[in-house]
Design a protein around this ligand. Structure first.
Ligand code: KG4
Length: 337
């Protein structure tokens, strides 16, 4: 069955046609250039741009898949979590489309979709496995029990890893989204140049806390400027990248050991980070764990991953009616369906 999927949770309007784990087309209209002007995503602008783009992006996805709307067996949509106004555009468009085509509507949790990006890239990957899910808005360690059952092992208590990268990068003068720029600039820096804290969460060894790290970076920048000096941007980037990766790596490997899982999967925008991939690869090799991560093209928001997860949600009977609503927050384990 061909599924037409729609993604509009943040600043990419995306549509894809998939069949099982196979991607027939995937179209992404990014708003990044516009939000760059403001140093971050402006929710009101995001909603408006989604409303303008969604119909065209869906039309293009169907055309590029070499089919027509008559060939579409179900419509899937990201309904949570994300920017509420942005999500509502996709949800309402998908509801209208499913109603007019008289086809089932499949609600997809955005974070489940990020994990499913790996199913597209790795046809042999099957749960159970442990997933480090790190994006601009979320940082979780999740036990993926099967395709639609999840257990959160660890989570951030404050900022997400991507937010820590983006806000620190902005303070260092890099454009939005800073994480990707910081990753490149860090290659030229000395990761021992600055001392940054290594925050831990008392009594919760798998949980993260990134806000203190971000504040430490901002404080270093301010105290340098008060002395009429400037921080060394490549050095500070390298220190921050190493510290964030230390935290992600140590907690994930500890969770894998304690849960008895020897398959580790990375997902979300921050899984594009070069140091995270390299060091996780080295550590997994040493520990005898198998490691999977998505290709760079599937790390960020896209609708192909929504389609891959929708395939499993449909098989599990997780369908929505016209009463489907968007939600800004929603735990990955307990969707409303
Ligand atoms: O998954 P995503 O596209 O959006 C959310 O669902 O949040 O993730 C975007 C995040 C941003 O914070 C961006 O800076 C970060 O992923 N990111 C990176 C890299 N590429 C993207 N962070 C670190 N290193 C990268 N190479």
């Amino acid at each position: 069955m061909k599924i037409l999927s729609i993604e509009s949770s943040c600043d990419e309007t995306a549509a894809a046609v998939t069949e099982g784990r196979q991607v027939l087309s995937s179209v992404v209209a990014s708003q990044v250039e516009e939000h760059k002007l403001y140093g971050g995503v402006v929710p009101e602008i995001a909603s408006r741009r989604h409303a303008e783009a969604v119909a065209g992006v869906c039309r293009q996805a169907v055309e590029e898949a070499g089919c027509t709307l008559d060939d579409i067996g179900a419509v899937a949509v990201t309904y949570a979590p994300g920017l509420i106004g942005a999500l509502l555009v996709g949800v309402n468009f998908a509801k209208g489309l499913a109603l007019s085509l008289n086809k089932p509507l499949i609600p997809v949790h955005h974070l489940r979709a990020h994990i499913a990006a790996n199913y597209i890239a790795h046809p042999d990957l099957e749960p159970p496995f442990l997933c480090l899910l790190v994006s601009g808005g979320n940082s979780l360690i999740v036990e993926v029990l099967d395709y639609t059952h999840f257990r959160v092992i660890g989570r951030t208590r404050d900022d997400a890893a991507g937010e820590c990268f983006d806000k620190s990068a902005r303070a260092m003068g890099m454009p939005y989204p800073g994480g990707v720029h910081l990753d490149k600039i860090a290659d030229a820096g000395n990761p021992d140049a600055y001392r940054l804290p290594r925050p831990t969460v008392d009594g919760s060894p798998y949980d993260f806390s990134f806000s203190g790290l971000k504040t430490a970076v901002v404080n270093l920048i301010h105290s340098a400027s008060q002395k009429g000096m400037e921080v060394n941007v490549p050095d500070l980037s390298a220190c921050l990248r190493r510290r964030v990766c230390d935290m992600l790596l140590e907690n994930t490997l500890l969770a894998a050991r304690d849960c008895g899982l020897d398959k580790i999967v990375l997902a979300g925008g921050v899984s594009a980070n070069s140091e995270l991939r390299r060091r996780m690869g080295d550590s997994c090799k040493k520990a005898g764990y198998a490691l999977w991560y998505p290709p760079l093209s599937l790390c960020g928001d896209n609708a192909a991953m929504v389609g891959a997860q929708a395939f499993y949600e449909y098989a599990a009977g997780h369908l929505a009616g016209q009463g489907l609503n968007a939600a800004a927050t929603m735990p990955i384990e307990h969707p409303t369906f």
